[in-house]
Design a protein around this ligand. Structure first.
Ligand SMILES: C[S@@+](CC[C@H](N)C(=O)[O-])C[C@H]1O[C@@H](n2cnc3c(N)ncnc32)[C@H](O)[C@@H]1O
Length: 275
């Protein structure tokens, strides 16, 4: 009985919660979320592995800036392969977790917000990465600040890698399924109901090029930016980046003709600073 009451009160709390980008940092500072990342088994997502493979011939000469490192999942794979590795996160707790985990390694970790990379010189890095949708935590206006800052610290002709939620995947996330009836389907329907309740009408969001979505991550506490791939690629050009390759979640390149068709929940963008 007590556990049922707890579930109901949790449900009501979620429905009344109003996440904003400004509160995302508190979520990433919380012990619960830091522990979640610390306990993850370090492995690369297939598109990250494909990008690592693509960059491998040059990686040994690179100075790399890894932004939004969390508990250092990508550090395990990229840091040992580059000439110099710096990891930053705006969450002090995540930075502390990385310093502890990699205490024996010659890597640098610091607290920094992607919107202000003034601690770094122009063109200081050959590879700037913001993995696993961290860039989506900030508002569209601040995303512009972030892209400007990232471009400045990236060497001309070198790389910026990031991932972003795909707006074309949103309808799958909120779709109700009525058959067959089993536990997982009921859970998915519960999630669809909550997401529909917490967001503006889904159809309205899908008509846009991007939308800010409470997508269920970290117990519905995070509001993320979801974008159409074609619009993302076009916007990158405005900030001096060419998307050399877009990767789906299997690590396969998505051809430009398929940008409007791909429905993976997020995609990886391998970009080159082109000026
Ligand atoms: C979804 S987690 C991914 C963590 C890690 N990259 C991984 O793949 O396991 C996003 C990370 O980005 C960080 N982040 C979000 N917005 C940021 C910002 N404006 N500047 C720096 N870090 C940020 C968060 O604190 C969080 O650690």
């Amino acid at each position: 009985m007590a556990s049922l009451l707890k579930k109901v009160s949790n449900f009501l709390r979620i429905l009344n919660y109003k996440p904003s980008e400004d509160s995302n940092i508190q979520v990433y500072e919380s012990d619960e979320v830091v522990d979640y990342y610390v306990q993850q088994i370090p492995e690369l997502q297939p598109p990250e592995a494909a990008i690592l493979d693509f960059l491998k011939p040059e990686l040994g000469s690179f100075r790399m800036l890894d932004i939004g490192i969390g508990a250092g999942r990508t550090t395990h794979f990229f840091a040992p392969r580059v000439r110099h590795y710096e990891g930053v996160d705006y969450s002090d707790s995540m930075v502390s977790a990385c310093k502890k985990m990699f205490a024996a390694n010659p890597y640098t970790f610091a607290q920094a917000d992607v919107r202000d990379l003034s601690r770094y010189a122009d063109g200081e890095f050959d590879l700037v990465m913001f993995s696993f949708n961290g860039l989506d935590s900030i508002s569209p206006e601040d995303r512009e600040l972030a892209l400007t800052a990232i471009r400045r610290v990236t060497k001309t002709g070198k790389y910026f890698v990031f991932s972003s939620h795909n707006l074309q995947a949103l309808s799958d996330h909120v779709r109700y399924q009525f058959w067959p009836i089993h536990r997982q389907i009921l859970q998915k329907n519960y999630r669809s109901f909550v997401l529909r309740k917490l967001n503006p009408p889904i159809r309205e969001m899908q008509r846009q090029n991007f939308a800010r979505v409470v997508d269920g991550s970290h117990a519905y506490q995070i509001k993320n930016y979801w974008v159409r791939p074609a619009f993302q690629v076009q916007t990158l050009q405005k900030y001096g980046f060419i998307a050399q390759n877009v990767f789906d979640l299997q690590g396969k390149p998505v051809s430009p003709q398929n940008y409007d068709l791909v429905t993976d929940t997020w995609l990886y963008y391998l970009c080159v600073r082109n000026d």
